[in-house]
Structures are given as structure tokens and as C-alpha cells.
Design a protein around this ligand. Structure first.
Ligand SMILES: [Zn+2]
Length: 121
């Protein structure tokens, strides 16, 4: 990857350019491995919402075998898994196929205020 500001070549692991300090667009680098995962921190809205909940989103590109204490599980490719965590426990999880994930991306992108009218309830 090359720094978009100063052009210095960077290792894939860098998040910031050591020469100019710019954030590197790591989201544009093709992922390696069977999946990518990102955590999204919540904000409590309802009084019953936990203050420290995290949404974990994993997109699976390759099928692989996962070894667990209960045995091995085959994880299919072509889906996105959402799990809601409080502390070290997942409260619930759901997976959606890639085409639904792409529809979610379009939905969230269209909801940005500077991108035009979106009905708000
Ligand atoms: Zn730079």
C-alpha cells in the first residue's frame, strides 16, 4: 500500500504513515485470510441498553473448519455474521448472505445526511 498523502510504500500492517502521520486507507486493501472482523461500539439509547455493548461484524470470504471444544464446525463462505457482545459474552448472533450484506451497505450509505433525502421516523 502507498500513502495517499506522501506516496511512501507501507507494509499492509500499517494503519498510519510513519513519514507524514496520515491515516492509511486500510479498508481499501483486499483482505487476506478466510474472514475480516470489525468491532463497532454502541451507544446506550434505551434505559435497558447495556453501556458497553459491542457489535462484532465478520465477513467470510473462504470456507474453513473451526475447531471448538465441542468438535469441529464447517464455516461456509459468502456470508456476514453479526454478534452483539457485552463483556466477553455474545448475547445473540445472526448471519446474512452476501447479497443482503451488500443491500445493508447501500441502505446505510443512502442514510448519510449529505447523500440526499431519506425518510426519518
Ligand atoms: Zn505519508
Amino acid at each position: 500500500m502507498f500513502c495517499p498523502q506522501c506516496g511512501l510504500e507501507q507494509p499492509r500492517s500499517h494503519r498510519f504513515c510513519p513519514a507524514c502521520g496520515s491515516r492509511l486507507p486500510t479498508e481499501l486493501v483486499p483482505p487476506t485470510g478466510p474472514k475480516v472482523t470489525r468491532l463497532f461500539h454502541s451507544i446506550p439509547i434505551h434505559p435497558a441498553d447495556p453501556p458497553d455493548a459491542v457489535l462484532r461484524v465478520s465477513r467470510y470470504f473462504e470456507e474453513f473448519e473451526l475447531e471448538t471444544a465441542e468438535g469441529s464446525v464447517r464455516i461456509p463462505n459468502g456470508h456476514v455474521r453479526f454478534s452483539m457482545w457485552t463483556g466477553d459474552r455474545a448475547a445473540c448472533a445472526v448471519s446474512i448472505p452476501d447479497d443482503e450484506a451488500d443491500a445493508l451497505v447501500r441502505f446505510l450509505g443512502a442514510a448519510l445526511p449529505w447523500r440526499g433525502a431519506v425518510s426519518r421516523v
